[in-house]
Design a protein around this ligand. Structure first.
Ligand SMILES: [Zn+2]
Length: 362
């Protein structure tokens, strides 16, 4: 993929920089992980510091001093998932025109429509922006999923219109590609209908959304199997929120998916789970459960080896030992978060690099 901020090779893993920062990493750190594109969240940046501030600062890339390609989501997922009441009920109110929701920061009410989401993303200025959609939970009646899907499809048309009206450009004058999103929950017919509809529209890429995608790998692969023949083969295909376990990445690339993002590598790192293992015979292999070691375990107290022998991340190459990281983690030292996140992000990026190499030699 070619953008005004550089080229992205696919398949690609995109680390998540929710509030215009990959937690505990600075732009130099991100560069050193060889990440090619970073995701930021529209909902969070809209609430704080506000898209107008980001725009005045030169767009999200300049703002965070990361000059490579970026993608913003539409805010839809957070509007529906973060606006929860005390009993977990959704506090957002949906109508045909858009969604009214409560900020998770201060309880203030806000409103997103497809047009507003497009305009916020125009101000944020990412290279790839996403259509505003409703992400329906899996455990909800089919009648509602159908209603939500049809509304999401109508919103997709409105997003395209607004993107055209915005000249397909950011407020900083750079080109923006708009991707459409396929919803439809866990219902085959609805996924097929959505895939047909979204694929027929002039989007720059096509994404698969929904609660299942990424959380339930088996179901994710099943959904892809249903609709694969309906997806365009000349556009990038993106599974949203996928990439927790290394084997997930291997599986999803085998399914022909080009892009995926996940907060898991950095979140797991902060919780003491560090990736370990490698590709063997086309699959991921590790001596640790789920491909990650728990650095807080007592077995690492006086372990002088790096997190993973052969890893080329800054943390492993610079001589930091498991024993030291164990100590930092147990003492909740801030340095731990950076060193651990660097390893986990680089691990995922490198795994995808290796898969890419395998595809080239085939
Ligand atoms: Zn490492």
């Amino acid at each position: 993929m070619t953008t005004d901020h550089g080229t992205v090779q696919t398949p690609v893993f995109m680390p998540v920089g929710t509030a215009a920062t990959i937690k505990s990493l600075d732009a130099q750190d991100i560069l050193a992980t060889k990440s090619e594109i970073v995701l930021a969240n529209t909902y969070h940046l809209f609430l704080r510091p506000g898209e107008k501030v980001v725009s005045q600062m030169g767009g999200v890339q300049k703002f965070m001093n990361w000059h490579g390609p970026m993608l913003t989501d539409s805010g839809g997922f957070q509007v529906f998932s973060l606006g929860m009441g005390a009993k977990g009920e959704s506090l957002s109110k949906i109508d045909e025109d858009g969604v009214t929701f409560k900020s998770h920061l201060d309880g203030q009410m806000h409103r997103f429509t497809p047009e507003i989401s497009m305009n916020i993303q125009k101000d944020l200025g990412a290279d790839i922006i996403m259509a505003f959609d409703e992400c329906t939970p899996d455990k909800i009646e089919k009648k509602y999923v159908r209603e939500a899907l049809e509304r999401t499809n109508r919103w997709a048309e409105r997003c395209l219109k607004q993107w055209e009206a915005n000249d397909r450009k950011s407020s900083q004058g750079t080109h923006q590609a708009l991707f459409g999103i396929i919803q439809g929950g866990t219902d085959r017919k609805m996924r097929e209908d959505a895939a047909q509809f979204i694929s027929s529209m002039p989007f720059g890429g096509v994404a698969l959304g929904g609660e299942t995608i990424g959380y339930n790998m088996e179901a994710t692969q099943e959904v892809i199997g249903w609709i694969k023949h309906l997806l365009p083969n000349n556009k990038p295909i993106y599974t949203m929120g996928l990439g927790r376990d290394p084997q997930n990445i291997v599986n999803i690339i085998k399914c022909g998916i080009d892009m995926f993002d996940c907060v898991a590598p950095t979140r797991l790192a902060r919780n003491g789970a560090l990736y370990h293992g490698e590709l063997r015979g086309g699959n991921f292999d590790s001596e640790f459960v789920n491909g990650r070691l728990n650095i807080g375990n007592a077995q690492f107290i006086n372990d002088k080896s790096p997190i993973m022998e052969g890893c080329d991340c800054h943390t492993c190459l610079s001589g930091y030992t498991r024993g030291y990281l164990h100590h930092l983690y147990r003492s909740k030292e801030l340095t731990y978060y950076r060193l651990a996140s660097i390893h986990n992000v680089r691990f995922m990026v490198r795994l995808v690099e290796k898969m890419r190499e395998k595809m080239k030699t085939k």
